[in-house]
Write a protein that binds this ligand. Sequence first.
Ligand code: GAP
Length: 476
Amino acid sequence: MSTAESILSMEHLASLCKRRGFIFQSSEIYGGINGFWDYGPLGCELKRNIRDAWWQDMVRDREDVVGLDCSIIMHPRIWEASGHVGGFTDPMIDCRGCKKRFRADQLFEELGLKPAESTKVEEKFKVPEGTKCPACGSKELTEPRAFNLMFKTFVGPLQDESSVAYLRPETSQGIFAQFGNVLATSRQKVPFGIAQIGKAFRNEINPRNYTFRSREFEQMELEFFIKPGTDQEWHNYWVAERIKWYQSIGLPKESITQYVYDKAELAHYASACVDIMYAFPFGIQELEGIAARGNFDLSRHQEFSGKSMEYFNQETNEKFIPHVVEPSAGVDRIALALLCNAYHEEWIPKDGPAIPAEPGKQPPEGFEARTVMRFAPRVAPIKVAVFPLLKNKPELVDKSRALFNTLRRHWPCFYDQTGAIGRRYRRQDEIGTPFCVTVDFDTLQDNTVTLRERDSMKQIRIPIDQLETELLARMG
Ligand code: GAP
């Protein structure tokens, strides 16, 4: 059953995420702050696993990609060169009645209005006379205006125009600005890539859909520099690679689609763009954009900084400004997609396989309800839980703790000795731990343990000295 067909509602998921320590509202004790989220003990492990999987596959496993870690605040000229100061805007409409602020395109969608064919915000999203605010019903909607999404700050003690700086709205511009230094120090040759993971900030007019559109989020971006004219083949290559990657972290093939931009939708400098989309419960939405951006960014930085961004190919004596293909993904959106995909409510009979629970209903006689997060082991926050069968038997506790201490050297593990064993399994199911190991009285006799797999709930008996090898094989 795919996520779209499942009983998942975002309320259920948000409630589990809060209850079990995946995601909390930022500044909750002060009433929260819109568009900002905190990741709890399990959420930060999940995010770390996403970053690690990306870094492993995009940087460490490749000889043609190197990493970079730039500052969040950079010289403000970077954002002039990139076009963000002048053009990184969303169209905005206010209601003078209730003071609610709308993103114009979302308001038009909500009201069933069609934007006019114009590149000017004021014409494109001009609301027809008499249009009512969907929140309060008043007819006092303002003219649309462009709102710049960059967060402004000041560097140093003076707070005037000369000290204005911006929190980066994307990580990629740091990569372009450091292109020359990386090229000079890394011994890479075109084609090669520079990768960066880090925070980005956008003052979104209307943050929504839980963490999907936030004001502070994290990006994982690769700028892959190529010879002009090879754009299409490298773009195709990266789209295929990135789709495979989503499957490697456990998102099913059928939940991922591509949105291929028409020529008319592309920025003037881009030759291709594909968004990788996931079927969230609130609709099919973007996880990552993969754009062939020509040499727009490097050329602009060359123009604005006066520093050459040219690449010299010693073998062919050619000089050129490299073109770039940019796969740009969001950690938080991927975390949300993994959480949505993992969430399942089931009814389990005494014997036999589980069946999907029916929304809002109690399980039938003889069935037990369970919530299970079916994370792929690669991204599961906790990989193995270790239990002694009984907590008041020191020999079981000692053996379990020794095993726990051995396993935690390799994987994030959890030790739990409280409650009935069935309840302990359920607790681990609910946080998505793929494997549980139980130490019981037989263990003391024959040095075997019970290894239980989360999804099938199947248990096998296995010698302790084979456990690490078995777990390693099952981690995938
Ligand atoms: N350098 C290209 C760039 O930034 P983008 O499509 O604006 O492109 C790339 O952003 C990715 O960053 C998106 O696909 C999404 O995963 C993530 N992202 C963008 N805005 C976001 C937001 N407000 N909240 C969460 N993630 C966001």
